[in-house]
Design a protein around this ligand. Structure first.
Ligand code: PFF
Length: 457
């Protein structure tokens, strides 16, 4: 039953609504586009094991930290730190989150736009007639107009949903789109793993090769876990502030982490076996880049009966997954503008969407007219992608656990996650112990070692 929250702050109306929105944020291009990409670039199975370790050891405790900060403060990502630690520099962690939101949404909307191009190509049937899929992707992504138009559409749709508000926008859409997404993914996985040659890909995915692991791999696994769970930038602080007082935060956090991980595995089972089927098992030859999914999968669709339909389903699901994430990133900035600068939701949405789109267009054009602009050998897109996930989110997550473990403190944290003592679980103290001691040390060592010992690129 829907509960009407006390006070006049917006809130999600049901348990399922919270999970749909938070899992909607978590499940996205990170799972389907980025995960297979970084997994294949960083040693397959060994990367996967590290990744799972980080989800449990760091992911769930950081989700709990963000939820508890947001729900306790009843405020946006920056305002929450101001409320819980007034007159201290902790608000800077919130500011880092707002900056990260800009960086992520800028490059994320580029890729989300690509999914629309490919959806159109699937609907017109063209997708299964592309001979050289790599060249096709290179030409399309370098075009100065088409990808930008798709990106504008993505940002307009994202802005539209966020403008409609928490209940009528975000909750309503994610409650419909998330179950649909799960069904569609199941369909495509069944098709992919039954392809001839798929077995080798499945082996590659699950058999660890520890020789491929170094500090950078570990950083990439941690960064991917943070990116995929939407932690480290205040998205879950913002969503946490819309969660009702009776919600069991640990159950919600675990369900979100479990769903996200399951979908990352399923997504890899859609993509990696297909890479093997079309590269005769030689993964190096694929030189995986941002176009991986767009270059590999059209080959699969061409080879399978009913390929056009599967292509349309796949690119639609990719788009849906992206949209339920883009809204969560935009909401971080909108909630900040609305509450800290006293703007209306409409004005905040407009200002946030337009300014992020400007940066986003630069990211999109860095595949074409702006490809020559490089820093440390990386294009604008690469810089936004690498620095946001691996650096900003990692340091964001580090500061967030230090905040909860050492500033908010044990009694406040336990009071918040036990709903003022109503819920009991031994795990609550375990989670706090991880937040206070284990997570900061683990994140700190990895982040610093990767940056200074190994070098970042
Ligand atoms: N978690 C999303 C994905 O895996 O695609 C991306 C993302 C959304 C990252 C929201 C960060 C965020 F705050």
């Amino acid at each position: 039953m829907a509960n009407i929250p006390s006070g006049n702050r917006d809130s999600f109306t049901s348990k399922f609504g919270v999970i749909a929105a938070a899992a909607g944020s978590a499940v996205g291009l990170g799972n389907i586009w980025r995960f297979p990409l970084v997994t294949t670039q960083n040693g397959g199975g060994a990367f996967l094991l590290l990744y799972f370790g980080f989800i449990i050891l760091i992911g769930i405790p950081v989700i709990m930290s963000e939820f508890s900060i947001g729900r306790r403060a009843q405020a946006n990502a920056l305002g929450a730190f101001k409320k819980l630690a007034p007159k201290t520099p902790w608000f800077l962690v919130g500011s880092l989150g707002i900056v990260t939101a800009f960086a992520i949404l800028a490059f994320y909307s580029t890729v989300a736009g690509w999914t629309l191009e490919y959806l159109l190509e699937a609907l017109t049937g063209r997708v299964i007639h592309i001979d050289d899929t790599a060249q096709n992707f290179a030409e399309f992504s370098a075009d100065p107009v088409r990808p930008v138009v798709w990106q504008l559409l993505v940002m307009a749709l994202t802005g539209g949903i966020v403008f409609a508000g928490i209940q009528k926008g975000i909750e309503k859409f994610t409650k419909i789109l998330m179950p649909l997404l799960v069904i569609l993914i199941g369909l495509v996985v069944i098709r992919s793993v039954t392809l001839p040659g798929a077995g080798e890909g499945v082996k590659y995915l699950f058999i660890p090769d520890w020789s491929a692991v170094n500090f950078k791999t570990v950083l990439m696994a941690l960064g991917q876990a943070a990116f995929s769970l939407s932690i480290g930038m205040g998205t879950l602080i913002t969503y946490g502030s819309y969660i009702q007082k009776e919600n069991h935060l640990l159950n919600t956090a675990s369900t979100v982490a479990f769903t996200d991980t399951l979908i990352a595995i399923l997504a890899s089972l859609m993509v990696v076996p297909a890479i093997f089927a079309f590269s005769a098992g030689n993964i190096e030859q694929m030189s995986p880049g941002p176009g991986l999914v767009f270059e590999v999968l059209p080959n699969v669709f061409r080879a399978m009966p009913g390929g056009v339909i599967f292509a349309a389903v796949f690119f639609f699901l990719l788009f849906v997954a992206a949209l339920t994430s883009t809204i969560s990133v935009l909401e971080v900035v909108v909630a900040y503008l609305k509450e800290e600068l006293n703007m209306s939701r409409g004005k905040a949405t407009l200002i946030a969407s337009v300014s992020i789109t400007v940066l986003g267009v630069l990211a999109t054009l860095s595949f074409g007219p702006l490809a020559h602009i490089k820093l440390f050998g990386m294009t604008i897109f690469d810089i936004l992608n690498f620095s946001s996930a691996n650096i900003m989110l990692t340091f964001g997550a580090l500061f967030i656990v230090i905040f909860v473990g050492w500033k908010l403190g044990k009694s406040n944290f336990l009071d918040e996650i036990s709903n003022k003592g109503e819920l009991q679980s031994r795990l609550f103290k375990v989670v706090f112990f991880i937040i206070r001691y284990i997570a900061p040390v683990a994140i700190g060592i990895i982040a610093v070692a990767a940056l200074f010992i190994q070098g970042i690129t």
